[in-house]
Write a protein that binds this ligand. Sequence first.
Ligand SMILES: Nc1nc2c(ncn2[C@@H]2O[C@H](COP(=O)(O)OP(=O)(O)OP(=O)(O)O)[C@@H](O)[C@H]2O)c(=O)[nH]1
Ligand SMILES: [Mg+2]
Length: 358
Amino acid sequence: MHELTARLQDLLERFRAGQRVALGRGITLVENERPGFQAFLHHVLVSGIRAARVGVTGPPGAGKSTLVAALASAWLAEDEEVGVVAVDPTSPFSGGALLGDRIRMNDLATDPGIFIRSMATRGSLGGLAATTREVLDLMDGFGFPRLLVETVGVGQTELEITGAADTVVVVLVPESGDGIQAMKAGLMEIADIFVVNKADRPGADRLLKEIRAAIHLRGPAGGPPDATAGHHGVDLSRIGSDAAPKESRRWEPPEGWTIPVIKTVAHAGEGLVELRAAIAAHRTHLVESGELEVRRLARTETRIRDVVERELRRRAWADPTAREHLASGPDRVVGGDETPYSVAAEIVNGLMRGESRE
Ligand SMILES: Nc1nc2c(ncn2[C@@H]2O[C@H](COP(=O)(O)OP(=O)(O)OP(=O)(O)O)[C@@H](O)[C@H]2O)c(=O)[nH]1
Ligand SMILES: [Mg+2]
């Protein structure tokens, strides 16, 4: 099951030797789900998850990339290597420089301490690409102690970032409109840290106050915590390809953690020291409270579930008997003898009985 072909074994050895080209190849392998990608991931992941993962999300143009670049270069200056995944809903290099204009992408990308990967999302709504978590795992396995993932948060999709990051930084800007509105959209529930970027523009202080008030209001009065809640009351089991939560979720204030709200002017580096301090403090909180473990367990459960579902789907349609039923099914259904349910039951029961001739 986890045996590697000679070619992938060779790739794994070069990956383990720290060759960046091998990391790039590994990512391509995983992104395209080429044969053997599961086995490759298995071998990369047996050594465990170590990196501190920070997600940066918020509306389009909020300055996420500029912040990510600034954070990355600050860590690099302290000899901390950084892996960056930017998930772009449109095209990988749209909207100007991938990592903002102040610290130019090219300057950063040639630094051996950083690895930047841009991925397109599966839809136009933002959120994560299908294999973002796997790519983060590869960077983790490669040895980057810090990982940054940038996603555009629009509507429900930003919830997914809780499945990829330990610490979620939500970036809002004065011109993103009514701050409270943004929180209703779900950003409130996933933030470990709020950033009010573009603080050089009018309305920043008002937004700051609104967010603080909302945190205060929704905190203790949030209602009884949901027993199945994962990250901040978000049921991680419902985050996935076809599992977008539909009803409103209860917000559970993270115990012992007061969500900081930090003003920044990202392209000028203002507020960066405070933001880095907040990220470090949140890390300490996660470790000391045991919350890191809780989040990792919840994430891992979701991952196992996803891998099982993907594998079941793959096996189902690789099965010749199932494919025969699928081919003949529509005729029988339209002819009135059967329904999609009876055909599906036939297929599923066949698979369960192990009639597979794969
Ligand atoms: N005035 C002002 N402009 C900023 C600030 N931070 C970023 N910008 C500018 O805002 C624009 C968008 O910044 P990005 O960092 O690309 O924003 P983003 O959130 O990554 O954008 P998308 O990835 O396209 O959603 C760029 O022109 C930045 O230079 C800020 O604090 N103040
Ligand atoms: Mg960006």
